[in-house]
Write a protein that binds this ligand. Sequence first.
Ligand SMILES: [Zn+2]
Length: 697
Amino acid sequence: MRSDAHQKVKPTHLKRSAYLYVRQSTLRQVLENTESTKRQYALRQHAIALGWQQDQIVVIDSDLGQSGASAADREGFQRLVTEVSLGRAGIVLGLEVSRLARNSMDWHRLLEICALADTLILDEDGVYDPAHFNDRLLLGLKGTMSEAELHVLRARLQGGILNKATRGELFMRAPIGFAYDPAGRLRLDPDQQIQHTIRMLFETFQQTGSAMATVREFRRSGVMFPRRIHSGPRKGDVIWGKLEHSHVLRVLHNPRYAGVFVYGRSRVRKNLDGDCKVQQLPREEWHTFIPESHPAYISWEEHERNLKRLRESAQAIGFDRRKSPPREGPALLQGLVICGKCGRRMTLRYHARREGLCPEYVCQRKGIENAEPLCQRIPGADIDRVVGDILLELVNPVTLEVALTVQQELQSRLDESDRLRRQHVERARYEAELAQRRYMRVDPENRLVADSLEADWNQKLRALADSQQEYEQRRDQDRRLFDEEQRSAILALAKDFSRLWKDPATEDRDRKRMIRLLVEDVTMIRGEQIMLHFRFRGGATKSVVLPNPLRIWETWITDSEVVSRIDRLLDTHTFSEIASTLNDSGFKPGRGNRFTGRYIARIQKQYSIRSRFDRLRDRGMLTLKEMARVLSVNPKTVKIWAAHGLLQAHAYTDKPEHLYEPPGRDAPRKAQGMKLSLRRPVSAIMPDCSNEVQYEA
Ligand SMILES: [Zn+2]
């Protein structure tokens, strides 16, 4: 350290803290480059040698593992700048200035602020006072050099990569189905099973034309798909697992399967917030495109054809899957629904009905990924109605009135916490006064002691200011009592809400925006009933149970006269017989023109009318099996006898299936060789089913 270092350090600097800024770009550097980290921490000793106390040195190391290229995400660097600008820093310590900021703009800003706040800068070469022109020039140069160094480094790396890519020699991870040979050329994977599976994938897609169907076909035939592990102890191993939708898309989109070497298919842009955005480029803007650079599974033409087919079917599948912004459709909960069975986000389908678009919430993500049936689907019309009701119930003048009253009640109890916080401020003030008295009492000649006491006093004053400020902030927050005017404004707003909500001129999109202000998400499970769990902003929850919606035919209304007629007719007739009787008498069903057997069956079920089977059983009729047992013959024989009038049979379905009257004393018996027609006269029997009998059920 140069000898003039001590001349630059003044008591005013020593009274303030020293800030040691420690940074390594990547976590790897943090782990491996421990030497540099040690050197950064060693600067602490320099500061102590210059006169700072051990406890005055503040270490800022929250940026370990962050890149220095921009200050945007570097919380630590921002804190450093803040501390300096508040005049709390006497000196800033950093290993090389390059460690402080890799970006010239950040660096010069820090220098300027240091100069204004009279803060020194210390690196391994010495102490600088940015307020001095010479020092500032030197520091500026150091910063520029450091940025230039970074630029050259990057240019060299980037240039090397681009050159190699242009020649098609850049080593890139081989997609599954390919492997590098010892000479470093990309070849088809020597493992025949892998090759075969990849080919099968392309062939299946060729036949089916859809990624989904390809997955289904693989699942059906039980064929597994290979995946190579790229890191960890099992690096290079191939594991076989079920083919997923995303695998198919990845293979189909990758031009390397068509033997093409490509580089630069996407571009990364950094925006002002420091976020990265990946942009896919059109084919003409790719950096490198070398056809036939290695063996291929398919031709380039086929690759393009595949992409075209994917694009065509993409609309049917659609995007989603994140919480999506409100769109035009009428479904109120679009983008907010979570499947209660598997936890994925549910998507929307609309069905065109006579009444307009009818929403349906479906959970299809897993189904698409694994070519399985949908997880669950829930009709949305009723749900949307319920959501509207809940919101109107939540945001109405009465509930708000209650909420406001509770709020007021709570605030009246705030005095207690206010008293506690005030005590805290009092304590800080007492300590500051104590430090002041100590400082006043010391002999001014005893500079060393005086300085440290003054520093102590300063610190206590700062603590006092902090707690005073905090106290006032909290008090302001607490004291926001609603006066009468605000109160009525809020209540008017609630009235407005219900008016706005019901107004037909309000667009669905705006209704959805309103919902998003209130609702965090909704979980749905469909079982015997539909369960909805609402999570509102602010943590409140609400559960709602809805009945499963009626099937369409359940909503058709049948005349009560018709229902009672059906009830009577069921004593003697089957469904289709009743239907034709009703049609003949000129009755009309609730929907459509004519009754049918099935329609009558539904009405019987819906109105819980006693079935014909039960009625016949009530009258003591036997089933085919029972009859066969009573007569000790084969069921077939029972049918034949019934058909020839030896037994009394009554149809209870349109098939028809029959129940039989108990045989009584003159039951037919087996008599070999005797003609059936001679055993009993046909005329006396079977009024119900003369020609409907069939011999095999
Ligand atoms: Zn699900």
